[in-house]
Ligand binder design. Structure first.
Ligand SMILES: [Mn+2]
Length: 451
């Protein structure tokens, strides 16, 4: 009972620091999005946006459903089997297929707005019962000459579309570009998601003690999300010691040793918008000399990466900035024995990549790895940074003691460090949305274990 009371107080501290939750995206804004989308559609075309499928977790129990980001973006509709269809009928209209009211089913699985409720309370022009989608959508498709649709999410719709059309266009080309630039309302939600995650990380730092389980730090952070009517945007990573050197480790099942650093990569979602924060700190509250040397190098690289987030810069500028600092630092620490040119290599794939093997960041929004490209290995012209974009800056260095492919001094073995912030691009330079989460050595050492 004492623990429950304590947890409540800890979270109330976060609540008061958080302030007011911003409003959800207005229907007016969704209507603007619909207009901008439809303006780019062929007038003899139909565009279909389905919801995500429900997936089985175990026998007759499902994974918690997460709405499709495009459907959310355009209509705010989350209902299972929901389908939005944009068609031109003198003017562009949004027709939404929804599950009809059914008292028996609603008794088991929850209330449904039904066709009438959806038409009244969502920004759509027409609603049709999902039961009639076969005949109703077929009629619309027969009148169209072009179809835009994302295959693989709704089997019934895939089948209907496949029967009528040989060539299927992808609506994501239009929508992704729209989603890259965030509106003021979106930025407000993302700032709140960033604040909540930042404060949750601080609570985990405060509570950290050697011998504690990684899962216990996870529970503090995810409990904090839930306490504030939010949830994780991606499975939380809590890795101590060698586990910190596994990029997507999320078993979170080991007890933490006094001498290790622990890496936490955890972010939350607020009305669909994600935050994404990584912090790494010593379990004991005090970095060893070796840990501190690596930490300060990664921090220096991260700050250089953030500084490179300027309007007009190409996407790769921030990766080049972090890479140059890391490569030079690895040479200075004696971890790499070569020239800077050799360390960086052609096209930034040189020797330093043994220890920094991922990209420097990704776009952030309704999806944690948001649409709009910019990730390493993406095709097409390089994205140029512009105001309203939100991206992460997250360099890291990883020295897995378990790795047979690298040779390093034992003093570095088992150190994995990543520092990640969320950055808004503005005409006045980069704005760090996650700035409430400390990252300087002195600040971290003052907080860890100090509850
Ligand atoms: Mn990330």
């Amino acid at each position: 009972m004492k623990g429950v009371v304590f947890r409540h107080m800890m979270y109330e501290r976060v609540t008061s620091a958080l302030g007011k939750r911003p409003p959800q995206i207005s229907h007016e804004e969704m209507r603007m999005r619909q207009r901008a989308f439809c303006e780019q559609l062929p007038i003899d075309g139909v565009a279909i946006i389905t919801n995500n499928p429900v997936s089985i977790r175990s026998r007759d129990t499902h994974h918690r459903h997460r709405f499709n980001s495009y459907l959310h973006y355009l209509t705010g509709w989350h209902g299972e089997e929901g389908v939005a269809v944009f068609h031109h009928d003198g003017v562009w209209k949004c027709r939404l297929y929804v599950q009809e009211r059914d008292v028996i089913k609603e008794t088991w699985t929850g209330r449904r707005p039904g066709t009438q409720g959806a038409l009244k309370d969502w920004p759509v022009d027409e609603t049709v019962s999902r039961e009639n989608i076969q005949s109703d959508l077929s009629d619309l498709l027969l009148q169209a000459n072009q179809i835009l649709h994302i295959n693989g999410l709704d089997r019934d719709v895939d089948e209907l579309v496949g029967k009528t059309f040989d060539e299927i266009l992808d609506p994501r080309g239009i929508l992704d570009e729209m989603r890259v630039t965030k509106s003021d309302a979106e930025i407000a939600l993302m700032q709140y998601a960033a604040d909540l995650a930042a404060l949750a990380h601080i609570e985990a730092m405060r509570e950290c003690k050697s011998g504690m389980g990684e899962w216990q730090l996870q529970s503090i952070i995810e409990g904090c999300f839930l306490y504030h009517k939010s949830e994780w945007a991606y499975p939380s990573i809590v890795g101590s010691g060698d586990n910190a050197t596994i990029l997507h480790y999320n078993e979170n099942s080991d007890a933490m040793n006094e001498s290790d650093v622990v890496l936490i990569d955890a972010g939350c979602e607020v009305d669909g918008y994600a935050s994404d924060i990584t912090r790494t700190f010593p379990v004991s509250g005090k970095f060893t000399e070796a840990q501190r040397a690596i930490y300060e190098l990664v921090l220096k690289a991260q700050i250089a990466g953030i500084d490179a987030c300027q309007v007009g810069s190409p996407w790769s500028a921030m990766h080049h900035a972090t890479s140059q600092v890391l490569a030079q630092g690895l040479i200075d620490l004696g971890i790499l024995d070569c020239s800077l040119e050799e360390a960086l290599g052609d096209d930034y794939n040189g020797q330093y990549r043994q220890f920094f093997m991922h990209g420097t960041g990704h776009l952030l929004g309704l999806d944690v790895h948001d649409v709009g490209g910019g990730r390493q290995g993406d095709e097409g012209p390089e994205r140029i940074l512009s105001p309203g974009m939100v991206l992460t800056i997250e360099p890291g260095l990883y020295f897995g003691a378990w790795r047979e492919d690298i040779e390093i001094d034992t003093k570095w073995a088992g150190i994995g460090i990543r520092i990640e912030d969320d950055v808004l691009i503005t005409n006045d330079g980069p704005v760090v949305l996650t700035s409430k989460c400390p990252k300087e050595v002195a600040d971290i050492e003052a907080i860890v274990g100090n509850n």
